[in-house]
Design a protein around this ligand. Structure first.
Ligand code: GLA
Length: 383
């Protein structure tokens, strides 16, 4: 394989990013989420290369080439390489059928923006190798091993939502996922006069991984306190508001706020699923605003840029709801906006944002789409 990618792939995999309408930071608390895979993807081309252990991976976006010896996998200093290495390690832990291969990766997903380009990268890569070497891993196993790879090689103690949505997404459907049972319902999204607009702040404050893990620890601390009274509790998912109030004095005000947010957010997600089923987008959108307020003031993972975008939309009756998505401290907002106003709104908010922060935003419409998929191709001889 050379860097020009003039090889004939055996398999092409498309792996989508995801949006999450509501259910921020509930997944690692065994709660509910409402994500969808989107029509922006990472594309992978795969081919066996006949070696027993040498893997060549080209990232077209980074214009970087990675050579991996399967016998010597270890974490790297280069961020993106750890997604690849972490997934390979997880696959090797589960199967002895992986051999050398070549892979070319090209992405249309903005990186680090809350659209989960990382889960798309992990899952598409794992999915392709699963097909190439017939490892017989299920979709759920792929989502789980990719989450584990992120914990071990990247260091973000993420939940399962991003990987799950990227793998299991369905066109025009939103997944109502229970992160405890890992069962989901598909709810049709019939927006008719409305669009889903993503607005990218184009900022990524350098706090995300450490603060993300810290939030997870704070939630676990809250669970420990509650367990002193209710020993059968294993996650915030099982905690009610009245249980939390009973032990409020035993925990720090910060831990109390984190727990309160998660319990309220789980309630919002369940309500949002009902509003989605009845096409009540006005009430659905209102819950997105409430979610953002919770993430801003109780969970404290927003930032000025995200708050500005959400505040800007308030009081505009053509925007039904807006909130930040993803791990926090930058990235995108998700907005439900009337179709007729999308273009003028992008222009208006773009000017205001640049005026305030001296940064240009990006905005684009997305639609709920199919999860990871592949095509098998015929390989020409002697190539
Ligand atoms: C990141 C994580 C997810 C989830 C979201 C917040 O995207 O990867 O597991 O926790 O943040 O909802």
């Amino acid at each position: 394989m050379n860097k020009e990618n003039n090889f004939n792939p055996e398999i092409i995999v498309d792996s989508p990013g995801r949006i999450n309408f509501i259910g921020g930071h509930t997944d690692y608390n065994n709660g509910f989420v409402l994500p969808a895979a989107i029509d922006k993807k990472i594309k992978f081309e795969f081919k066996k290369n006949g070696t027993s252990n040498i893997c060549n991976v080209l990232s077209k976006n980074y214009n970087k080439f990675l050579v991996v010896d399967l016998a010597k996998i270890k974490p790297s200093k280069e961020g993106w390489e750890n997604y690849i290495l972490g997934v390979l390690q997880q696959l090797l832990d589960r199967s002895d059928r992986v051999r050398g291969f070549d892979c070319v990766i090209s992405s249309e997903l903005p990186i680090g923006s809350g659209l989960s380009s990382s889960a798309a990268l992990e899952c598409g890569f794992a999915y392709g190798i699963n097909e190439l070497f017939d490892l017989k891993l299920s979709k759920l196993e792929i989502a789980q091993l990719c989450r584990d790879a992120e914990h071990e090689y990247v260091g973000t103690k993420c939940g399962i939502m991003d990987q799950y949505a990227s793998v299991f997404g369905k066109e025009n459907m939103v997944l109502f996922l229970d992160c405890l049972s890992l069962e989901y319902q598909l709810i049709p999204m019939q927006l008719i006069d409305y669009s889903v607009l993503i607005i990218n702040t184009n900022v990524e404050h350098n706090l995300s991984t450490s603060h993300y893990n810290k939030r997870r620890e704070e939630c676990e601390e809250g669970v420990e306190v509650i367990r002193e009274k209710y020993s059968s509790i294993s996650s915030l998912r099982e905690v009610t508001l009245s249980m939390l109030e009973e032990v409020k004095k035993e925990m720090s005000p910060v831990v109390y706020q984190r727990c309160l947010y998660v319990i309220q957010e789980n309630e919002r997600v369940q309500k949002a699923a009902e509003y989605l089923k009845s096409n009540n987008f006005k009430n659905f959108g209102e819950l997105l605003y409430q979610c953002h307020e919770g993430l801003r003031y109780q969970y404290e993972i927003s930032c000025n840029e995200l708050d500005f975008l959400v505040d800007f939309s308030k009081g505009k009756n053509f925007v039904l709801g807006s909130r930040m998505m993803g791990g926090g401290f930058g990235g995108c907002t998700v907005n439900i906006i009337h179709k007729d106003f999308v273009d003028t709104y992008i222009e208006e908010i773009g000017w205001a944002y640049e005026d305030k922060f001296n940064v240009k935003l990006d905005a684009f419409k997305v639609a709920p789409s199919n999860g990871t998929s592949h095509q098998l191709l015929t390989v020409k001889e002697n190539q």
